[in-house]
Design a binder for this molecule. Structure first.
Ligand SMILES: O=C(O)c1ccccc1N[C@@H]1O[C@H](COP(=O)(O)O)[C@@H](O)[C@H]1O
Length: 204
């Protein structure tokens, strides 16, 4: 079964929506973004989140100490590195935190994905390359570029209800990750999230 991550939780309503729609993962964006959360807000959201749903912290070139603190305080259950973090950075972080680490790649070509699969992370996340943006672009990339790799990966970038089935068929990801397309006026939209999740569940 393809797992689902809904990224960019910002309000208590978003968490109540997640508790109802039941994705496996939700994302708290700590990177600079219109969806950026502070630590205190993240703590409040995590307290309201169903404990069966994992909270993923999304970071771009963050000081490792910040990530370590969020993991130790159990505000996040998983780390998503969405910047230019090197293999050495990932390795050092893995030695400090006990939670799984996802490394995002902004996909340019097959070779980059093959090399990414060798990184010392637990999962890859394959997102669209968009100049000047680290993530949350709402744009898709050519899923047929993805070569067979041994590492499980999250598929991201412009996913929505209408393309979720095609994306899963083309890429066979471990999980799909959605953000922009399930928003209205910059906030998560219950109906859009519900329809996206129903479409992915119906695909199995
Ligand atoms: O969502 C953001 O604003 C963001 C900012 C910086 C890095 C990553 C971010 N989000 C991630 O972007 C992808 C794709 O999202 P979309 O569906 O295309 O909008 C997803 O992995 C988010 O976790």
């Amino acid at each position: 079964m393809t797992k689902i991550k809904v990224c960019g939780m910002r309000r208590k309503e978003d968490i109540l929506m997640a508790n109802t729609c039941r994705p496996e993962y939700v994302g708290f964006v700590f990177a600079k973004s219109p969806r950026q959360l502070g630590i205190d807000s993240a703590l409040e959201l995590k307290k309201a989140l169903d404990p069966e749903i994992q909270a993923v912290g999304v970071f771009v070139n963050e000081y490792p100490e910040v990530i370590e603190t969020l993991c130790e305080s159990q505000i996040i259950d998983m780390v998503q590195l969405h910047g230019d973090e090197s293999a050495e950075y990932i390795q050092r972080l893995k030695e400090k935190v006990e939670v799984p680490v996802i490394k995002a790649l902004r996909v340019r070509d097959r070779q980059q994905i093959r090399e990414g699969a060798e990184l010392p992370c637990d999962y890859l996340l394959l997102d669209t390359y968009t100049k000047g943006m680290y993530g949350g672009s709402g744009k898709t990339f050519d899923w047929h570029l993805i070569p067979p790799i041994d590492k499980p990966f999250f598929l991201a970038g412009g996913l929505q209800e209408s393309n979720a089935g095609e994306a899963i068929a083309a890429a066979s990801p471990y999980a799909v990750d959605v953000s922009s397309a399930v928003e209205t006026d910059g906030y998560k939209d219950f109906e859009k999230v519900k329809k996206f999740i129903e479409r992915v569940r119906a695909y199995e």
